[in-house]
Design a protein around this ligand. Structure first.
Ligand SMILES: *Cc1c(COP(=O)(O)O)cnc(C)c1O
Length: 428
């Protein structure tokens, strides 16, 4: 009863009982699990139940929970002080690491969340270009920045309208929302409006409408058109940064954005975001330039310690190939079980991230995503939870694995999925 009790108490003092909406289980129903502790691949709730964690704090915990190197680094830093509001060597070390791993990043600034990173990158792009319009793609999420909480307007090639209460129409209309992976639509838009576009921001692999991979040529088109129109290209690599390799997804596809946003893995579980890129653009930031941007806790020593220890451990382990193989085995097994159960399942996956869409597929854009059968995901989610597997409490979120997801853990997950899918089809 502890989860339910805590949720009731939480709702009396926190809106909806949570500090980030998706945690409230609204999309799947039922009681959120209040987490007491986490270790390796497992979460433990307030009632002492263990779950294999496939959410991993929505991405950061690629080394699993409680990785010794990270915990030790944070512990040591805590003893030397938790925040100074003054520069530290750790910031320099992490910045050097980021700049050396991303070919496109000459200078980087640390903030406290992915949202702050995209918000600041956009301000910078607007200042650099002297233009207002920002292009984003439907289904991509860049944090809860006012101007990025826009959805497509009614007519083709029109500017955005607010996607949430509280965002002024005048702000949403500085954003144009175009379909992801639609090269022709994008090029037509840039032909008409390119001269007014400050920046195009894109998740190079979309990870917030489930997982949707870019079509061949889509990202190249964003690069070419922004260059020819004098607009900046911003890659939001908050999920993808350090997920597949040390240079970002941009390195895998050989595309150089002007600015890059990072978060999640670079904080190793602490609140960190970062934005960086070309020297001439970053030079506009205060204190050197006219674009104001600041943060009391930015570059916080605890966060830098967690980030540094995480990246150094990843560098040493070089776990990417093994993670990708493990994810292939896991999703391959999910597919087989779905086929056995006669349930339509399309799986998009890359490296340690994946998404299950209850539909025949293929899933290439936001419209495709919306063709999924949400009610099947909801039943699958609860069946898996009962089996001790924690999936995202919302259908269109990525699922992750970490280096702590050993073969044993993965096999438990595969068995649970088979049992759950057969239950769904009524064959069990
Ligand atoms: C998570 C995420 C963000 C927002 O990061 P927060 O730390 O939640 O503010 C921005 N962009 C992408 C691609 C993300 O996945």
């Amino acid at each position: 009863m502890k989860n339910a009790e805590l949720f009731e108490r939480a709702k009396k003092v926190i809106p909806g009982g949570v500090n980030s909406p998706v945690r409230a289980f609204k999309k799947v129903g039922g009681t959120p699990r209040f987490i007491d502790k986490a270790r390796g691949a497992y979460l433990y709730d307030a009632e002492g139940r263990a779950y294999i964690d496939h959410v991993l704090s929505w991405g950061p915990m690629i080394l699993g929970h409680g990785r010794a190197e990270v915990v030790e680094a944070v512990r040591e830093q805590a003893l030397r002080g938790m925040s100074y509001g003054a520069p530290t060597e750790a910031e320099v070390l992490l910045a050097e690491l980021v700049c050396s791993s991303f070919a496109s990043i000459d200078r980087v600034r640390f903030v406290n969340s992915g949202t702050e990173a995209t918000m600041s990158a956009i301000r910078l792009a607007r200042a650099f270009t002297g233009r207002e319009i920002v292009v984003k793609f439907e289904g991509c999420y860049h944090g809860h920045v006012d101007s990025l909480l826009a959805k497509a307007g009614s007519g083709a090639l029109t500017l955005g309208v607010p996607d949430t209460a509280g965002v002024p129409g005048g702000i949403a209309s500085t954003t144009a929302v175009l379909p992801y992976n639609d090269i022709e639509y994008f090029e037509k838009f840039m032909e008409h409006h390119g001269q007014d576009v400050a920046a195009v921001i894109v998740e190079p692999v979309a990870g917030n409408m489930g997982v949707v991979l870019p079509k061949p040529g889509f990202l190249a088109s964003t690069r070419e058109r922004t260059r020819s129109c004098g607009s900046l290209l911003i890659f939001d690599e908050v999920i993808t940064g350090y997920r597949f390799c040390f240079g970002g997804y941009q390195d895998l596809v050989g595309i150089t954005p002007d600015l890059t946003c990072l978060g999640k893995i670079i904080g190793g579980g602490m609140p960190v975001g970062a934005f960086g890129g070309r020297e001439d653009i970053m030079a506009l930031l205060a204190p050197d330039g006219p674009v104001y941007q600041a943060g009391t806790l930015s570059g916080n020593p605890m966060a830098m310690a967690a980030g540094l220890a995480t990246l150094r451990t990843i560098e040493r382990l070089d776990p990417y190939e093994k993670l990708a193989r493990s994810m292939e085995e896991l999703t391959g097994s999910f597919r087989d079980s779905a086929r056995e159960a006669g349930i339509p399942l399309a799986v998009n996956s890359i490296g340690s991230m994946a998404c299950l869409f209850f539909q025949p597929g293929p899933v290439m854009c936001f419209e495709d995503v919306m063709d999924s059968r949400v009610e099947l995901y909801v039943r699958f989610f609860h069946a898996m939870l009962k089996e001790g597997i924690y999936l995202a409490p919302s259908p269109f979120e990525a699922m992750f694995i970490s280096t702590a997801h050993t073969q044993d853990v993965l096999e438990r997950s595969m068995e649970a999925a088979r049992t759950s899918l057969l239950t769904l089809s009524g064959q069990a």
